[in-house]
Design a protein around this ligand. Structure first.
Ligand code: PSV
Ligand code: MN
Length: 395
């Protein structure tokens, strides 16, 4: 598919009418960057099965190659988020060199406190102090790994929770969690921030210890200014207004970052923007009010099960580019005026006008300028990367 023709003079004139500069929007799109997850390139599945894909990466180095290809095609995915111990190596200086040689940098470091059998009753909330000490030790190890890799964030998610009323004391669990995190926060290197992610259920089915943004925010406020809340789109109940959470956390300076994916039912892990692009657009309208506004750390958190992994990641990045571009087209002056007049329908129409603008050619032009592909999926097919990986990764 080649992008539809686009009349830039018309677009520029339309934007000028709205007091917006095409140049500023293009510049914002050029600097737009998302982190892709190393864990999104390897094997994954559901508890019902895994469908291993031929040519999938066999180790962290091959996951980095895939991430580099996604960046080459989109121009907006220059960082790769890592997960430990999944991405564990003996020599982190060497890993960093290889990542940088691939044109990437290391994004957030994600400690893993949910797979070790010791964490059956929790990690930092575990009733057993020796297990809590083990969890803290892993979190501290991740501070050192991040230092070695040049990463500036610890992205924390805890599977901790209980399955039955009475299983454990909810207040004590919270105290244990706060104590452990305070110990880690106390040793956080100055260039690093701590992101605290919440999730309302799964794997815990009665009470998750950090279940919602309020709980995460209270923890961050307890810890200090370098602890901020991370929103994962898949971690809310049906109907929750995520853009409002973005607005409130953003206004209080506590929005640390995003894990993007698509959610229809639960933590679906599908291509971001695939089912509800309007919601994604609304989230971006709360993330930025003008092209000059800085964005928080944006990460994709998806593990694709049946779809082609590199292609799915490419489409996720371009969906994000387009949602961001549309958010930058909102006529804020007209919106503010309509809001002040109580003109509900006009205010809503302003939002729809931006959402319904076809920004694909604009994004294609920006990608081309970045040296990336105007049509990344077409270029992925044409360039033969997947076939080359398949040939190189046998066995
Ligand atoms: C948990 O569902 C989560 O969203 C956390 O961010 C994990 O680190 C990630 O998925 C990978 O399992
Ligand atoms: Mn997540």
């Amino acid at each position: 598919m080649s992008g539809p023709a686009y009349d830039y003079t018309l677009l520029a004139a339309k934007l000028e009418e709205r007091g917006l500069q095409l140049d500023a929007i293009e510049l914002a799109l050029e600097t737009f960057n998302v982190e892709t997850p190393s864990w999104g390139y390897g094997d994954s599945g559901t508890r019902f099965g895994v469908f291993p894909q031929p040519g999938r990466p066999r180790d962290v180095h091959e996951r980095i190659e895939d991430a580099a290809e996604v960046n080459r095609l989109t121009g907006s995915a220059a960082a790769v988020a890592l997960h430990f111990p999944w991405d564990q190596v003996d020599d982190y200086a060497e890993l960093r060199q290889r990542i940088e040689a691939a044109g990437l940098r290391v994004g957030a470091v994600n400690p893993n406190l949910f797979q070790d059998p010791d964490y059956r009753l929790g990690s930092v909330t575990n009733p057993d102090s020796s297990i809590r000490a083990k969890a803290v030790e892993h979190l501290l190890e991740c501070l050192r790994i991040a230092e070695a890799l040049g990463s500036t964030a610890q992205s924390l998610w805890f599977a901790d929770g209980t399955n039955y009323p009475g299983q454990d004391d909810l207040r004590l669990r919270r105290e244990r969690l706060l104590d452990c995190l305070a110990e880690v926060y106390g040793q956080l290197p100055s260039e690093q921030e701590m992101l605290v992610e919440y999730k309302f259920f799964e794997p815990a089915f009665y009470a998750t210890d950090i279940a919602d943004w309020g709980s995460a925010l209270m923890i961050c406020q307890h810890l200090g200014e370098r602890a901020n809340v991370l929103i994962d789109l898949g971690h809310h109940a049906q109907g929750v207004n995520i853009e409002q959470i973005v607005a409130f956390l953003g206004a209080s300076g506590r929005l640390g970052g995003f894990h993007f994916n698509n959610r229809k039912y639960a933590d679906d892990d599908l291509i971001v923007g695939s089912v509800n692009p309007f919601e994604l657009f609304l989230i971006f309208t709360e993330l930025v009010r003008s092209p000059a506004d800085p964005l928080p750390r944006l990460t994709i958190d998806q593990s694709h099960n049946i779809e082609a992994k590199v292609a799915a990641m490419v489409m996720s990045v371009t969906n994000l580019q387009e949602a961001y571009a549309k958010a930058l087209l909102v006529d804020r002056t007209a919106l503010t005026a309509a809001q002040a007049d109580g003109d509900i329908v006009t205010a809503h129409a302003v939002m729809l006008d931006a959402f319904n603008t076809d920004v694909r050619p604009l994004c294609a032009r920006v990608r081309e300028r970045l040296g990336a592909a105007p049509d990344p999926l077409l270029e992925l097919r044409r360039g033969g990367y997947v076939a080359r990986a398949l040939a190189a990764r046998r066995g």
